[in-house]
Design a protein around this ligand. Structure first.
Ligand code: SF4
Length: 284
């Protein structure tokens, strides 16, 4: 089995910067991480062991007990930020600047009178943070969810990790369902996501199967696995080397390796090493 690594994969600058900020915090016991810092179980276990409190993503409406609250790279709404500040919390903000850009695009469109259509996964924390500051909006994740909107002007934006092909399909569906509307599109998919997806597209041409490394609830990791599925490439989504299936891997000659934007370099290397070891075992 030959293993081919994606040219671009793994942790993006937004997640790296958030981790750098958190590593400098001297007193973890005084800090609650408001949600999951990254959708990566290994990192979350390490943070828990360091003494940080963590709010479950589904319980962010509660006010944390610690004096300091850390906003994750996924960001929060201005409304949520004010709520925490009003409760007397000091805020450490690790929101990725490319998420902030989506918030600004959404608010600008709304201010200019556009009905905002956000292409993304309803319920995802990033999406939640964006829509909480909006009055007129819809969230769509597939073209089947698109409808005729009660507005003359539609402003389309995207979750930072939305796949390009999904965005294109939904844009076309919005235009089809709203032929009389003025439609403005602001491409807010982040560059690291685009680079990961493009790199995977190139890799798919070279391999028979793919190993995708990343957290089970990482949106962009799931999108990488979905892209393989759509291209007819068998893939396995693993969180670490223990999830690899030697029997499954042994069926293929050329196997690609890619990883989502919240995956640690060390985890990718561990998976790569385990795959190499399996190659040796198969050939021995
Ligand atoms: S995936 Fe994109 S938007 Fe999200 S943290 Fe990384 S760089 Fe920022």
């Amino acid at each position: 089995m030959k293993i081919v690594r994606a040219e671009v994969m793994g942790m993006c600058f937004g997640v790296r910067d958030a981790l750098k900020i958190i590593q400098k915090i001297a007193d973890p016991q005084s800090v609650t991480i408001h949600g999951q810092l990254v959708h990566n179980e290994t990192v979350l276990v390490q943070l828990d062991a360091s003494g940080f409190a963590m709010t479950d993503e589904s319980s962010r409406q509660e006010v944390p007990e610690t004096p300091v609250v850390l906003i994750t790279a996924h960001g929060v709404s201005d409304r949520e930020r004010s709520r925490l500040a009003d409760a007397g919390k000091r805020i450490v903000d690790t929101t990725c600047p490319l998420v902030t850009r989506v918030h600004q695009a959404a608010l600008n469109l709304q201010k200019q009178g556009y009905f905002v259509v956000l292409i993304g996964r309803r319920g995802h924390v990033e999406v939640q943070g964006i829509i909480e500051d909006l009055e007129r909006f819809d969230v769509v994740s597939t073209e089947d969810e698109v409808k005729r909107y009660p507005a003359d002007r539609l402003g389309i934006i995207c979750q930072t990790t939305a796949p390009a092909r999904t965005v294109e399909r939904i844009r076309e569906a919005i235009a089809r369902h709203n032929p009389d509307a003025e439609i403005r599109f602001v491409d807010t998919v982040c560059l690291p996501t685009k680079e990961h997806q493009r790199s995977l597209e190139r890799l798919i041409e070279q391999v028979d199967a793919m190993v995708v490394v990343g957290g089970s609830n990482s949106n962009n990791t799931r999108e990488l696995a979905k892209l393989c599925q759509e291209r007819g490439i068998p893939s396995i989504h693993v969180q670490g080397p223990n999830d690899l299936d030697p029997e499954w891997l042994s069926r293929f000659e050329n196997v690609g390796l890619t990883a989502g934007t919240s995956t640690l370099d060390s985890t990718i290397d561990e998976v790569h090493q385990a795959m190499l070891q399996m190659t040796v075992n198969v050939e021995a």
